[in-house]
Design a protein around this ligand. Structure first.
Ligand code: ADP
Ligand code: MG
Length: 729
């Protein structure tokens, strides 16, 4: 171990080196680090109760092809491998160093490894930034040492790597105590080290593996995106899986996601923190509807990253994509011996948004003949048909071309193994057939027949749905979308917001209007008399609303009176409103009364903006009005969006049918609403340095051709940090 004096001396010499330091690009890449032909393990032992003991044994057990140097001050050899008392005494510069020493010795060990010439330093030792500010400071110094020595730090507090592709195991899990590492072209990068070995273990049972599994730890230097970027270029990886808790560098994340999209490598994402509430939920509806998870979800969708529900679905989807060579999946065929099972499944598939394939009439006829059934179609009910007949039916389905995959729901029946084998064989190797095997042990021979053929099966319908949902979402990224959304609508000028933090309806609508957004006419009165005078210049009926910076939701305190037919009604409304608000909120300061035109008819939508700390301004649109939180039906995207993209957002709402016109009602003016959403999104984009939240609720949308009008608005303004955007990889 280095002494304090020595460490200080080395830091000084490295500082001089800094003069000749090249740019960041010259730092070793993950690829270079993983190409290591020599590894030093500091803190290696034979003791299997210790991380260092287990990790070192796994490294040897899986026969890493390069040279291995254990460093131990107490032992001459470990498992027959010669040790070195210090890093400095190694016979060569190790390309990769793994550090498992106690926390207090970690910094000096990083220093020694970097000085010896290691390109990558994996610090398994924990208790740094994960333990508090003191640890964070040591972690910062580790990075500094690595930087100065042109090395990359990996971790600390990480569980290394399991790489069947490189035959490199630097992980201490006993799940690795196996003879053979199964390799599949799936890479996994994880913010949870434990999840990595767990997935490895589970996949193995189905004969499935990974290319590289990487634990990122505290991401002090190398971070998740560095590893994903590596996997994108890695010839051994076709599908990328990640487990993410939070992002280090959201701009980099976007850039890497765009690269994945351009390369067509599917990226499956498991994300924790779904239930985290919006940060400023109290001010606007938008913030409570568009919390940080929704923003993350939106950015993933924009870049074609597929969010999955759980780790098993992620792994099974990856397995399916590999098995069927990333074949796109749009429409599904359902096959079952049980009409009931098939019908239940179809309901669930429809809820999950997975469309059933519509076979050609010719196929339907042929299926009828083959199955001897009075009618046939999708779902295919093959009842108690023999394996041979079921196989023929499968052949017809695969040949039809309307279905991209078949889901076979298996219930108890004789010769299940032969039936499953016949389906799998007749479908052909490339046509995706997925099985849900409902029975228990009695169907184990069927499961074995599928494992033999490397055909994926699930034990529950829910598992299958989760995978199919993810698969269906793959390939939806449109790299062209970004450029289309860059087109600023003609005539939009940048407007400055009035001074103040929380702006009420009147000021907010003035800004909206300057962005070409239709608002209803109105003015603020001090008292009933002035309100009456203002109403004379408006078209009746009119509306009176309380103006007060102490009141967030006006109608909650009786601060909105609609449909006032004449001047006398306006005067009465102001007086009664004053009395009511004083009673309900005696401390609220009333600044005046907004008298405005009433907008007749129209369906209520909410359009809002929420500034996300990772991704900047997000535009939100959904079903509005007073029930907005209860309905929770919104679509979220990064601002700005084009009217076309806004229309897509509207189409994705549960209430999309409302827009198309239901129960004999005319379709709503989607074109006008899309234009409004796009304009609000440009407003958000222009004011990304100040606009924290904006609620335009409601926008009243009339039937086609009738346009839409914003009748309420509020905004929260504050100086915001500039998020780094549009960084290229
Ligand atoms: P708040 O959201 O602060 O309670 P709003 O101004 O949104 O107050 O008014 C509450 C409800 O009253 C709206 O959701 C809408 O249904 C209706 N409303 C408000 N202003 C108008 C208007 N000018 N024309 C028609 N309906 C209106
Ligand atoms: Mg409102």
């Amino acid at each position: 171990m280095l002494t304090q004096t020595r460490l200080r001396h080395d830091l000084t010499s490295l500082e001089t080196d800094e003069m000749t330091m090249r740019s960041d690009d010259a730092l070793p890449s993950v690829k270079e680090i993983l190409a290591a032909e020599s590894i030093v393990v500091v803190g290696a032992s034979e003791d299997q109760s210790k991380f260092g003991g287990r990790l070192f044994r796994m490294l040897l057990r899986h026969r890493f092809k390069g040279r291995i140097y254990p460093v131990s001050s107490s032992r001459k050899e470990l498992f027959g491998v010669l040790t070195y008392p210090t890093v400095a005494e190694l016979p060569e510069a190790p390309a990769l160093a793994v550090i498992l020493v106690p926390r207090d010795a970690a910094l000096a060990t990083v220093q020694a490894c970097v000085e010896k010439g290691a390109k990558g330093v994996i610090v398994v030792t924990a208790q740094f930034s994960d333990a508090g500010p003191e640890g964070a400071e040591i972690e910062r110094q580790m990075v500094e040492i690595a930087r100065k020595g042109r090395a990359r730090l990996w971790g600390p507090n990480c569980l290394g790597i399991i790489s069947p592709a490189k035959r490199l195991v630097l992980n201490s899990s006993l799940a690795l105590d196996v003879d053979h590492l199964v390799q599949s072209p799936v890479g996994f990068v994880s913010q949870s080290g434990a999840l990595m070995a767990t997935l490895f273990d589970k996949a193995r049972r189905r004969g499935f593996g990974f290319s590289h599994m990487i634990s990122v730890g505290n991401q002090a230097d190398l971070e998740l995106c560095d590893f994903v970027d590596f996997l994108l270029d890695d010839p051994d990886t076709e599908v990328i899986c990640t487990y993410v808790e939070g992002l280090q560098d959201p701009a980099r994340f976007r850039a890497v996601a765009a690269k994945a999209c351009a390369k067509g490598k599917p990226w499956l994402m498991l994300k924790s923190g779904r239930t985290e509430a919006g940060a400023q939920a109290a001010f606007s509806h938008t913030a409570s509807l568009a919390g940080s998870f929704r923003a993350f979800e939106a950015v993933c969708e924009e870049h074609g990253i597929v969010l999955v529900d759980d780790q098993d679905a992620m792994q099974m989807l990856a397995a399916c994509l590999v098995r069927y060579r990333n074949r796109p999946f749009r429409h599904l065929a359902v096959m079952s011996p049980s009409g009931g099972s098939a019908a239940l499944a179809c309901d669930r598939l429809s809820e999950a948004g997975i469309p059933l394939a519509q076979f050609d009439a010719e196929t339907d006829r042929a299926l009828k003949t083959v199955l001897g059934a009075p009618s046939a179609g999708n779902p295919v009910d093959f009842s108690a048909s023999s394996p041979g007949v079921v196989g023929k039916a499968m052949e017809l389905v695969a040949r039809d071309g309307a279905a991209d995959a078949a889901l076979c729901l298996i219930t108890t029946a004789p010769v299940l193994d032969q039936t499953c084998a016949a389906i799998a064989d007749s479908a052909g190797r490339d046509f995706p057939t997925l099985f849900v095997i409902h029975p228990g042990e009695s169907a184990d021979t069927a499961r074995a027949a599928l494992v033999d053929r490397q055909v994926p099966y699930f034990d529950s319908f829910d598992d299958a749905i989760r995978v199919l949902k993810g698969w269906h979402a793959i390939g939806r990224c449109k790299p062209a979308r970004a450029s289309q959304d860059d087109e600023r609508p003609a005539g939009l000028t940048h407007v400055t917001w009035p001074v103040g933090e929380a702006l009420g309806e009147f000021e907010t609508k003035a800004v909206l209007e300057s962005y070409g957004i239709p608002v209803n006419r109105g003015s603020v009165a001090k008292d009933a008399e002035q309100a009456v005078r203002i109403s004379a210049g408006l078209i009746f009926p009119v509306v009176v609303k309380v103006v007060s910076s102490d009141i967030v939701h006006k109608s909650d305190v009786g601060g909105v009176i609609l449909d006032l037919p004449d001047a006398a009604a306006v005067g009465d409304a102001v007086r009664s409103m004053q009395a009511r608000v004083r009673k309900v909120m005696p401390d609220a300061v009333i600044d005046g009364y907004l008298v405005q035109e009433m907008v007749g008819g129209g369906t209520e939508f909410i359009v809002g903006v929420n500034f996300d700390r990772d991704f900047g301004p997000m535009i939100v649109v959904g079903v509005g009005g007073v029930l907005v939180e209860l309905l929770d039906d919104v679509a979220v995207a990064s601002a700005p969006v084009s009217p076309t993209r806004a229309a897509e957002m509207l189409g994705s709402l549960k209430a999309a049918k409302l827009l198309q016109g239901i129960r004999g009602r005319a379709p709503l003016d989607v074109g006008a609403l899309s234009k409004l959403v796009s304009r609000v999104s440009w407003l958000a984009s222009d004011h990304r340095d100040r606009l924290v939240e904006l609620d335009v609720n409601p926008v009243l949308v009339r039937s086609n051709g009738g346009g839409c009008v914003a009748v309420d608005g509020r905004a929260l303004l504050r100086d915001l940090p500039a998020p780094k955007l549009n960084v290229n990889v």
